[in-house]
Design a binder for this molecule. Structure first.
Ligand SMILES: Nc1ncnc2c1ncn2[C@@H]1O[C@H](COP(=O)(O)OP(=O)(O)OP(=O)(O)O)[C@@H](O)[C@H]1O
Ligand SMILES: [Mg+2]
Length: 428
């Protein structure tokens, strides 16, 4: 199977990113080789969560010339006596705060991305920093959100998570409308048009500007000024095919989670990004002292009383049935090319009702009787494996971390002439 990089991000800190990334990586490793990479390099949180001795970490990669695959730590017998996690490994952040490794420059980011792309694993999980700077955004896919974590206990983090979605889409649009884009040569008066489009994007990005609240309004505006243009259809597709996935940590009940996390998340996305995005809830983790104690004692909950893997196919069979019978798969939109995508107006209330409906169904059909966090992680893992098996490559995670040039190339697969190089400092 093609390897897949799955970043875990949250916008704000303290919501359980490292807990989710670590346990999901451990769980996935029971099915295929998995490497967890600690990109929250200022806190070295992964090495503090897993009690395995680290011989090499990102310091050795950046400063001592080791390959990244030589900086992977596996679990010794003392930590994993039954060998359940023999296919799990992690790349730890540096032991001490080293500024150049914590705040990558463009060159370091490129080196690290390439090395991550070459890691010998089926699943690569990235534990990202909190925040929304380029150290986070540049490690995210461009056609989906990766795994977003938020919690009803920290409302500001919920809004930050929806801002990640906005940031990913804006990064892509800025690249598509940069002077390096082949689009530049295809329009009359390109300099003026590109400046205009970037000004429009600035206004959408500015949440205090009421005229252009979101990307739907931006597209309508663009359609009015450019007239019928293939770029409009392509941009509509970028939004319609974009997928958002989230996991709720510290679950405290269906109505609480809906009111304090899901509803604000969905509303913020609809208001500030687009009404057209497909948002998928991949499950939740209950608040549990066992989870917290596991982290504190450097033995993640899944390592304690670890469950052996199920036969590979049975991992997803139950979920397959569960999804088909209850949750339903996001319907692939029936696209009618005769109807402009801008004319199709989704209903925001329907999106909210659908989220509540899915949450209730997931809750009533949950596989384990008591809410054991191990069952929660098992469920999320099965959903991920199922997703990877059943969806298009662009829908979840990414086969490789892409540079701006590669994002351009994916957007314009048949450029009329070779791409101009994107200036190294253009995107930070
Ligand atoms: N489901 C849970 N039940 C109980 N405690 C939890 C749960 N998830 C996380 N915690 C605790 O919450 C705290 C924050 O978790 P974690 O370190 O995973 O968050 P984070 O988002 O990675 O934070 P940071 O931004 O600082 O990296 C930790 O003390 C952790 O043990
Ligand atoms: Mg963390």
């Amino acid at each position: 199977m093609l390897s897949r990089i799955i970043p875990v991000s949250s916008g704000k800190g303290g919501v359980g990113k490292t807990t989710v990334a670590t346990n999901v990586a451990l769980s996935l490793s029971r099915y295929a080789p998995t490497i967890l990479v600690d990109l929250d390099t200022g806190t070295s949180s992964v090495r503090n969560t897993i009690g395995a001795p680290v011989n090499r970490d990102l310091y050795h990669f950046f400063r001592k010339g080791y390959r990244l695959s030589e900086c992977v730590t596996t679990l010794p017998d003392s930590v994993d006596p039954r060998g359940i996690f023999k296919d799990f490994g992690f790349v730890a952040g540096p032991l001490h705060l080293i500024d150049e490794i914590t705040n990558f420059n463009h060159e370091k980011k490129r080196l690290l991305s390439q090395a991550i792309n070459e890691l010998p694993a089926t699943y690569v999980i990235l534990d990202l920093k909190a925040g929304l700077d380029n150290n986070v955004i540049d490690f995210l896919p461009y056609s989906n959100s990766g795994l977003l974590v938020f919690t009803p206990h920290l409302p500001s983090a919920t809004l930050a998570a929806s801002d990640i979605v906005k940031a990913i889409l804006f990064r892509k649009l800025r690249i598509v409308f940069s002077p390096m884009s082949p689009f530049y040569d295809r329009i009359p008066e390109p300099f003026k048009a590109i400046r205009l489009i970037n000004e429009l994007l600035d206004r959408v990005e500015d949440v205090y500007d009421p005229i252009l609240p979101n990307l739907d309004a931006f597209l309508l505006d663009l359609a009015t000024s450019l007239g019928p243009h293939p770029i409009i259809e392509k941009l509509s597709q970028t939004i319609e095919f974009f997928r958002v996935y989230f996991v709720l940590n510290l679950f405290n009940g269906v109505s609480e989670v809906y009111d304090t996390a899901i509803k604000p998340f969905v509303e913020n996305i609809i208001t500030n990004v687009s009404e057209r995005l497909i948002l998928t809830n991949l499950g939740w983790i209950v608040k549990s002292n066992e989870v917290h104690q596991g982290n504190c004692h450097r033995q993640p909950i899944l390592m304690k009383a670890a469950r052996p893997p199920k036969p590979p196919d049975s991992a997803t069979q139950g979920i397959d049935l569960l999804i088909r019978q209850t949750i339903g798969l996001p319907q692939e939109k029936q696209r009618n090319p005769a109807v402009s995508p801008l004319a199709r107006r989704p209903d925001p209330d329907k999106a909210l009702t659908a989220q509540l409906d899915v949450l209730q169904k997931m809750y009533h059909r949950r596989p384990g009787e008591a809410d054991d966090p191990r069952d929660n992680f098992e469920y999320i893992t099965s959903r991920i494996i199922y997703l990877l098996k059943s969806s298009r490559i662009s829908e979840f995670g990414m086969p490789a971390i892409c540079s701006p040039e590669e994002i351009l190339r994916a957007f314009f697969p048949d450029p009329p002439e070779p791409f101009k190089p994107v200036r190294a400092d253009y995107f930070g």
